[in-house]
Every structure is written in structure tokens, then in C-alpha cells.
Design a protein around this ligand. Structure first.
Ligand SMILES: Nc1nc2c(ncn2[C@@H]2O[C@H](COP(=O)(O)OP(=O)(O)OP(=O)(O)O)[C@@H](O)[C@H]2O)c(=O)[nH]1
Ligand SMILES: [Mg+2]
Length: 402
């Protein structure tokens, strides 16, 4: 047998402790042995049951003088692994399965954490979103408020729901832009445009009547008011305005073309303080007729104070379309009618905020002239449903309405 073919035999010895086994090995082999493995094993029992006592089992090799200690050790270890190959591979598979299981569990926990951090909102934010939804604010507006809350509040702030509500009501208030008072040189020409049946003619009657009655109340000289209708599409449109004119002793004219309108205005411009122009209502999609009416209003040398009339209950999508298609009239500001017919203004307020439009008046009933008011941030905030912010807080926050 040459030296490269030498394979040391692996022997085993069992004892109470490693020291005890080492003593016995030394007595038997002196320094010529090397321990290559040791295990704790249970002794006694029957068929593996009722095993109680721990003892130590040591695997060792006896060195051959012609081989180095290292060679003996490596060869013996390889032989142990080879001889117990099945056990080791089973162990590796078992450990691999355990590790894969643990990793899958950890991955799912990480995913859970990710989902939690993305979707789990603070309960105050969830409550605010629900309140805004109930008030019919658009998703875009709700998202805007939600991210402001997330970015601008500490956990302590969020835990104080009263304070969070006040903050949100403040933001809603600041998103509402009331039209500033603009003074026009005489004659002040006021034009109302907008979709069918939302209250243009009624609102013109209210505005005109208010000017006259307010002056009467204050004992001031009555303003000279003139009404012109360019509505030649709806049956009874002219009659509706004439009826009001008779009641208030106000002259009513009808214009069917830009020339007509120009002639009437030239004729009365020096003697009239306010000229109201009532227009036909068209669907926001009737772009041709909207454009024709815009053409009639092409007045040279006069600046027009134009308002878009929308109803409080108009759906957000329709309102966007209306604002888009009536933008042809360069309206300065919006009048929200029929506020008495709804309790939620979120849709209108959201869209006006997104389109950066100001609100001039609101109307809240059919009665002429009483059911018209100048727009007020406070009034919109008082009308928010289910927010429990006090009136005093709103008044303090928006003193400019006084
Ligand atoms: N509840 C309520 N009804 C209103 C309000 N304003 C107007 N109306 C009613 O809405 C209906 C239509 O009003 P109009 O003034 O004729 O509307 P319009 O925009 O001139 O209509 P067209 O000329 O046909 O486009 C009438 O019955 C009005 O009395 C309001 O603020 N609240
Ligand atoms: Mg009308």
C-alpha cells in the first residue's frame, strides 16, 4: 500500500465526558490519535423511547507514522461525510426548507409593512376624508387636503381631531376666492351667461331690484337702470323680463344682433348707471350657439362685467365643462344659484378652486329681490355639514367678511 492510498480507520468511543474519553485514548494510543467529531447522544430506553441519559460519543483516528496529521484528519473527515451522506443531505434539505419558509414569512411581513405604511392612514385623516366626501368635495380636492394634513401635521396634531378640523376648515376657507368689489365707469354693463334654467333672468331681476330698493332705503337718488335681453331663442324670455321691468319701472329692450345691441347702448350710455344684459341659456356642449351669442356681445369701447351663472347642485364634471365652454365670454366671476336646493357645496367649491375662479354672489330662493347675497367665505363654512368647528372660530379666522 503506498502512502497516497492510506485511509485511516475511524473509530468511536463513548463515555461520560470528553475528558474521560481523552484519558482513555491517551492510555491506549499516547499522542497518536486525533478526535475528528464528537456528539452528545441519549442512552437507554427502548426503540428510542424513554431515553434519558446524555453521554458523549467521540469519533477518532489513530495516526499512521507515514502520514501527516493533517492528511489523516482530512481523509477521515471525508470518510465520515461519505459514510453518512444520506443524513447530511437530509439535514441540508431540512435546513434549506426551514430557511425558505422563514424567508417567505419575512418577505410577507415586509410586504405587510409596506402596505401598512402606504395604506394605513391616521384615523383623523380617514375621518376628515369622509367628512369632505359627505360634503361632496372632489377626489382631487380631498387628496390635496389629505396630503397637506400628512405633510404639515405632527402625530400629536393628528391626535387632536378638534384642532385638525379647524385646520381643514381654514384651508377650505382659504380655497374660496370671493370676487373683489370692482367699480366700473358709467354705464356699468353687467352680463349674465350660463346654461339653461339656472336662474340668469331671475338673478338679473334681483340685482337690478336691489340697486333700486337699497338706494330707496338709504334715501339716495335712484340709479337709472336699463335691461336688455339678447335671448331670442326661448319663448317667453322677453315677456319674463318685461313683467319685472313693469313692476320696477325699468325699461326693457331686446337686441338680436351686435348692431342692435350697440345702438341701444349708444343711445342710453350717457343717461344710464347700470345696464343689465340677459342672455339665452345654452347647454355647455352647444358650442355653436354659445359662440353666436358671444358674437352679439362684441361691443367696441365698453368693458363688460360678465358673470357665469351655475347652480350649487351642478355635478363637478358638468361644471368643469361649463367653465371651459363659457370661458369664451371672459367672465370675471361666478354666481352660484339655487343654494337653497342643496346642503353640499363641495363639488362647486372644489371645481372653482381648481379653475381658480372667484365667486361674486349666491342666490338661495326664488324671491326677488331678497334671495341674493354677496358671496362670503364664512357663509360657505357655516354651511359645511357635520364639521363641528365653532362659528366664533370661523369668524375669527375670516374677519374680512365683516
Ligand atoms: N330654488 C331656487 N330657484 C331659483 C333660484 N333662482 C332662480 N330660480 C328658479 O329657477 C327657474 C329658472 O329661472 P330663470 O331665471 O328663468 O333661469 P334662466 O337661467 O334665465 O333660464 P333660461 O333663460 O331658460 O336659460 C325659475 O323657476 C326660477 O324661479 C334660486 O336661487 N333658488
Ligand atoms: Mg332667462
Amino acid at each position: 500500500m503506498n502512502s497516497s492510498e492510506y485511509t485511516p480507520t475511524t473509530l468511536t468511543m463513548t463515555g461520560k465526558s470528553v475528558d474521560e474519553i481523552r484519558n482513555r485514548l491517551w492510555q491506549e494510543y499516547g499522542n497518536n490519535y486525533r478526535i475528528i467529531d464528537q456528539q452528545t447522544v441519549l442512552q437507554g430506553g427502548f426503540l428510542g423511547f424513554f431515553q434519558k441519559k446524555n453521554c458523549i460519543k467521540v469519533s477518532f483516528v489513530v495516526k499512521d507514522r507515514g502520514h501527516s496529521e493533517q492528511e489523516d484528519f482530512s481523509t477521515a473527515k471525508e470518510s465520515i461525510i461519505k459514510n453518512s451522506k444520506m443524513d447530511y443531505s437530509k439535514l441540508v434539505v431540512k435546513q434549506y426548507n426551514e430557511l425558505t419558509g422563514m424567508m417567505a414569512q419575512m418577505n410577507s411581513q415586509i410586504e405587510d409593512l409596506k402596505i401598512t405604511s402606504v395604506e394605513k392612514k391616521h384615523p383623523s385623516i380617514v375621518k376628515i376624508e369622509k367628512l369632505l366626501e359627505d360634503n361632496e368635495f372632489t377626489h382631487a380636492f380631498i387628496n390635496m387636503i389629505s396630503s397637506k394634513l400628512k405633510n404639515e401635521s405632527t402625530l400629536e396634531d393628528l391626535n387632536d381631531f378638534e384642532q385638525i378640523q379647524e385646520k381643514v376648515v381654514g384651508w377650505i376657507g382659504r380655497s374660496i376666492k370671493v370676487a373683489p368689489e370692482v367699480y366700473y365707469k358709467i354705464p356699468h354693463i353687467i352680463v349674465l351667461v350660463g346654461p339653461t334654467g339656472l336662474g340668469k333672468t331671475t338673478t338679473i331681476s334681483k340685482m337690478a331690484a336691489k340697486l333700486i330698493l337699497d338706494a330707496k332705503k338709504k334715501g339716495e337718488p335712484l340709479p337709472n337702470v336699463r335691461l336688455i335681453t339678447i335671448d331670442h331663442t326661448r319663448v317667453g324670455a322677453e315677456a319674463q323680463l318685461r313683467k319685472f321691468g313693469e313692476l320696477m319701472h325699468v325699461r326693457v329692450d331686446k337686441a338680436e344682433s351686435p348692431v342692435d345691441l350697440n345702438d341701444i347702448i349708444q343711445e342710453c350710455k350717457d343717461s344710464t348707471d347700470y345696464i343689465f344684459i340677459d342672455t339665452s341659456g345654452f347647454s355647455p356642449n352647444d358650442y355653436d350657439n354659445i359662440a353666436k351669442m358671444r358674437n352679439i356681445l362684441n361691443l367696441q369701447g365698453f368693458s363688460l362685467d360678465t358673470y357665469l351663472v351655475v347652480a350649487a347642485s351642478t355635478k363637478a364634471r358638468d361644471l368643469k365643462k361649463t367653465i371651459e365652454n363659457f370661458s369664451l365670454f371672459n367672465f370675471n366671476s361666478v354666481i352660484i344659484t339655487k343654494c337653497d336646493e342643496t346642503t353640499s357645496y363641495g363639488n362647486v367649491l372644489s371645481v372653482l378652486y381648481e379653475s381658480n375662479k372667484t365667486i361674486a354672489y349666491i342666490t338661495d330662493g326664488q324671491k326677488v329681490p331678497n334671495d341674493i347675497k354677496k358671496a362670503s367665505v364664512r357663509e360657505f363654512l357655516y354651511r359645511l355639514s357635520d364639521f363641528t368647528v365653532s362659528k366664533v372660530y370661523i369668524d375669527d379666522m375670516f374677519p374680512e367678511d365683516e
